[in-house]
Write a protein that binds this ligand. Structure first.
Ligand code: NAG
Ligand code: NAG
Ligand code: NAG
Ligand code: NAG
Ligand code: NAG
Ligand code: NAG
Ligand code: NAG
Ligand code: NAG
Ligand code: NAG
Ligand code: NAG
Ligand code: CU
Length: 560
């Protein structure tokens, strides 16, 4: 009898524990391995996590502690970034190579140990070294705390939809070739939806694409991720409206749209209702790039929304995405995004500004003695005219351990030379090189205006900030005017996110509170521009006491 009760007690506790205890420790193992994969009618060996492309989805709940062991079984150095996870006081788990950590070298492993605090929604993870993220990426799904509902009607089902690129060539060879020649790298051969180009991609009518099966009358939450290296994308479903409910793991005021615009690094949750006649409907993704001189992958990836009961040989309702230069479509989508700003999910926009920065983002051309193919010059990219130089030691370690000579904290807070940024470029379009950081005191209130330049050509740049979300308080075309433009800033319900596309020939203004001590990378999420140097980092000082200071480094932190 007594034994029985003990048994019942254990069963009860065993069953109830996951329900009662909100936060959990979740373990994942990421084996970084090569995998032969066939797309566009040919087979190629790619770098993957656990042999999957896209990689495995990481599921977590707000407040969970994640322990993700990354084991490097390939010939490349590897690091993994948990894109959008704030990593409070814990830059050790952020992942950008040589910024917060030395790479995990072949045959080695590292446990990324981090908490998910104050965030819920869709984020993603990806390799953060060279161009490996092309195939080393996957979604992160953060469920709200138990018992906490979404602030919109609960969808019947959910699906992760990762948008990406497929390259016939080895992408490491592509970027190496470009860095050697000084010229722009090749473009991808097809876009992908959950790893598949579909019939419309790349001119190879091979195996069908991804199929999303739906039941009539049900609603679906699609968790979209743009994991492409170099292209902002349009996303559309034939015959169905999409209701946007969240971006970058922050709820927004829901709005309906035909088309989603999503930049590399961004995530977007949409609800779609299976409210049309039973049948098959095309899902499509294609490039948005409104700078005509930039070479793009002009293929359209396709997938299928398939109502249950529809015969597989029935026709698919087609859909056409906007042309690559549909600037107005992209602007309309961006302008529709507003923070939910409800009592439960307030938009805590900094009302005052301690540090006001203006940072130009754009290209340049520097001399290059070895770049014969590029006529002895190389295309570079810069922020405030600084082309960032990667150090050989991780900056966070250098900062915490007091190693001198790795970086300087003199990144300029304003463009060193004022000119008509989006007009005629200056005669001298060369840049300075350096490993320069901008230093901020703990909890400083920061405003950053990102100003595109017309050097070579005005172009959109999806800028990603690590360690923080920011509020997008303003945007415009031409040059930012510090006297007039702030009068129109939205300090009430601006969208809060971690990656923002600076409009072609324009600017965006961001605000954030520097309440996270550490070294935080800010860079273009077009991999080609990052490779060319469009990157910098913030150094945020510790505040008072351990609760406002960087935690000690983990014992297994990789060494350079
Ligand atoms: C991929 O295929 C090649 C050629 O068939 C083979 O040599 C190699 O072992 C395969 N690699 C993997 C990881 O399966
Ligand atoms: C995660 O949160 C727990 C509980 O607050 C804390 O003890 C632990 O140090 C945190 N871990 C990291 C890596 O920040
Ligand atoms: C890039 O494209 C050019 C032209 O098609 C081709 O000759 C070259 O081999 C490609 N580079 C790589 C690394 O595949
Ligand atoms: C896409 O680009 C290729 C290569 O530049 C070109 O041959 C083709 O006509 C383009 N297709 C479309 C639909 O614009
Ligand atoms: C977009 O490109 C097409 C084809 O090159 C051109 O005809 C059209 O005028 C362009 N539209 C805009 C808004 O620039
Ligand atoms: C190469 O550079 C030289 C000297 O700057 C210039 O005169 C020439 O026009 C350039 N050639 C090309 C093909 O860009
Ligand atoms: C900057 O250049 C643009 C394009 O040439 C021009 O329209 C604009 O008037 C210029 N702005 C200023 C302040 O000179
Ligand atoms: C950028 O820096 C280079 C090298 O110091 C300088 O020659 C150039 O004039 C600067 N350009 C701007 C726009 O600041
Ligand atoms: C940080 O700044 C915010 C806004 O100015 C303020 O509300 C908060 O109390 C500050 N926190 C600390 C720890 O100083
Ligand atoms: C891998 O990283 C280590 C440490 O930074 C470095 O010494 C080595 O050259 C790197 N290897 C490759 C192939 O890049
Ligand atoms: Cu860019």
């Amino acid at each position: 009898m007594e034994k029985c009760w003990i048994r019942v007690w254990i069963v009860l506790v065993g069953c109830l524990l996951p329900v009662l205890v909100q936060s959990r420790v979740r373990h994942y193992q990421f084996n970084v391995v090569m995998k032969n994969t066939t797309r566009l009618c040919s087979t190629k060996s790619i770098v993957t996590v656990n042999g999957k492309f896209p990689g495995p989805t990481v599921y977590a709940r707000e407040d969970d502690n994640l322990l993700i062991r990354v084991i490097n079984r390939v010939k490349y150095n590897v690091t993994i970034h948990w894109h959008g996870i704030r990593q409070l006081r814990n830059g050790w788990a952020d992942g950008p190579a040589y910024i917060t950590q030395c790479p995990v070298q072949p045959g080695h492993s590292y446990v990324y140990n981090f908490n998910v605090t104050g965030q819920r929604g869709t984020l993603w993870w990806h390799a953060h070294i060279s161009w490996l993220r092309v195939t080393v990426h996957g979604a992160i799904v953060i469920l709200p705390k138990l018992g906490v509902a979404y602030p919109f009607p609960k969808p019947d089902r959910e699906a992760v939809v990762v948008l990406g690129e497929w390259w016939k060539a080895d992408t490491e060879a592509v970027i190496n070739q470009a860095m050697k020649s000084g010229l722009a790298p090749n473009v991808s051969d097809a876009h992908t939806i959950n790893g598949h180009p579909g019939g419309g991609g790349g001119g190879c009518a091979a195996a069908g694409g991804y199929q999303l099966s739906v039941a009539p009358g049900k609603t679906y939450l699609l968790r979209l991720v743009n994991a492409a290296l170099n292209e902002e994308l349009f996303f559309k479903i034939a015959g169905h409206k999409l209701t946007v409910v969240e971006v970058d793991a922050v709820y927004v005021k829901p709005f309906k749209t035909d088309v989603v615009v999503i930049a590399p690094g961004q995530t977007t949750n949409v609800v779609v209702a299976a409210d049309q006649a039973a049948g098959k409907y095309m899902v499509a993704a294609s490039t948005f790039m409104d700078t005509p001189v930039v070479a793009i992958d002009n293929t359209t990836a396709t997938a299928t929304l398939h109502y249950s009961g529809t015969l597989s040989n029935s026709p698919t309702a087609p859909v056409t995405t906007p042309p690559p230069n549909a600037t107005a479509v992209a602007a309309k989508f961006a302008n529709s995004l507003r923070s939910l700003n409800s009592p439960k999910y307030p938009a805590k926009v900094p009302a005052t500004v301690d540090h006001s920065l203006v940072i130009t983002v754009g290209l340049g051309v520097n001399p290059c003695r070895t770049c014969a193919a590029g006529n002895f010059s190389r295309v570079v990219a810069a922020m405030n005219n600084i082309t960032f130089v990667m150090p050989a030691t991780a900056i966070l370690q250098a900062h915490v351990l007091g190693i001198n000579g790795v970086f300087t904290a003199d990144f300029p807070g304003n463009p060193p030379v004022a000119y008509n940024y989006t007009g005629k470029p200056p005669a001298n379009i060369s840049t300075r090189k350096g490993t320069k950081l901008y230093r901020l005191p703990y909890n400083a209130s920061v405003q950053v205006v990102l100003q595109d330049t017309g050097i070579i050509a005005p172009e959109t740049h999806p800028i990603h900030l690590h360690g923080f979300n920011f509020f997008v308080v303003g945007k415009g075309l031409g040059n930012f005017n510090p006297k007039i433009d702030p009068q129109n800033f939205n300090l009430i319900d601006p969208v809060e996110r971690n990656t923002i596309a600076v409009p072609t020939g324009g600017w965006v203004a961001l605000r954030f509170l520097a309440d996270n001590p550490g070294v935080w990378f800010m860079h273009c999420h077009f991999e080609v521009h990052t490779s060319w140097g469009l990157k910098m980092a913030f150094l945020v000082d510790n505040g008072n006491g351990p609760g406002e200071s960087i935690i000690p480094p983990p014992k297994d932190l990789p060494k350079c």
